[in-house]
Ligand binder design. Structure first.
Ligand code: OFO
Length: 178
C-alpha cells in the first residue's frame, strides 16, 4: 500500500497528465484553425497519449490500495502566435513533466515504495522520447522559418502520426459512434 505523501503526489500527476491532454487538444484546435491538419493530427494523437498516461497513474493508485482524488483542471494556454511557438511550448511542457516524474521517482525511493518503480521508470523513458520529439519538431519549424512550402512539408509528415482509430480524439471515431 502506498503512503499518503506518494498517493497525493500521484494524484497531482493524474492532474498534470490530464492538463497535458487538455493543452494538446487546445493546440490541435489552433492548428486546425490554420488548416495545418497534419500538425492538428499530431496534437490529437498527443492528447490521446496523455489521456492514457493519466489512466496509467489512475489505475496504479487504485492497484496500490491508494485513493484517487481528482483535482480541478486548468487550461494552461489557449492561443499561439505561430506553429513554432506552439511546439516550443509543447517542448517546454514536456521538460516540466520530466521534472515531475523525476520528483515522483525520488519520493517513491525515499518512501521505499519499490512497487511504483517499474511504472515510474516507464515514464522516465517515455519522457526522453516526448521531449526529443517535440524539441525536434520545434527545431525543424525554426529552420523553415517563414518558408510556406517547408511548413507544409512538416505538416504532411506530422499528419502520418498514427493513433488508435477508436480514440475519441480521432474525428473518424466520433463520426462512427454517431
Ligand atoms: Fe507528455 O508525457 Fe505525459 O505528460
Amino acid at each position: 500500500m502506498i503512503g499518503k505523501k506518494l498517493n497525493d503526489a500521484l494524484n497531482d500527476q493524474i492532474k498534470n497528465e490530464l492538463e497535458s491532454s487538455y493543452l494538446y487538444l487546445a493546440m490541435a484546435g489552433y492548428f486546425e484553425s490554420l488548416s495545418l491538419d497534419g500538425m492538428a493530427n499530431w496534437m490529437r494523437a498527443q492528447a490521446h497519449e496523455e489521456m492514457t498516461h493519466a489512466m496509467k497513474f489512475f489505475n496504479h493508485v487504485l492497484e496500490r490500495g491508494g485513493k484517487v482524488e481528482l483535482k480541478d483542471l486548468k487550461l494552461l494556454k489557449s492561443g499561439w502566435e505561430s506553429p513554432l511557438e506552439a511546439f516550443r511550448d509543447a517542448h517546454k511542457h514536456e521538460q516540466f513533466i520530466s521534472g515531475c516524474i523525476d520528483a515522483l521517482i525520488a519520493l517513491a525511493r525515499k518512501e521505499q515504495e519499490f512497487a511504483s518503480e517499474p511504472l515510474l521508470s516507464w515514464f522516465v523513458n517515455e519522457q526522453v522520447e516526448e521531449e526529443a520529439n517535440a524539441g525536434r519538431i520545434a527545431e525543424q519549424l525554426a529552420m523553415v522559418g517563414a518558408d510556406k512550402p517547408g511548413l507544409l512539408m512538416i505538416d504532411r509528415e506530422l499528419g502520418a502520426r498514427p493513433f488508435p482509430a477508436a480514440s475519441p480524439f480521432n474525428p473518424q471515431a466520433v463520426v462512427a459512434a454517431e
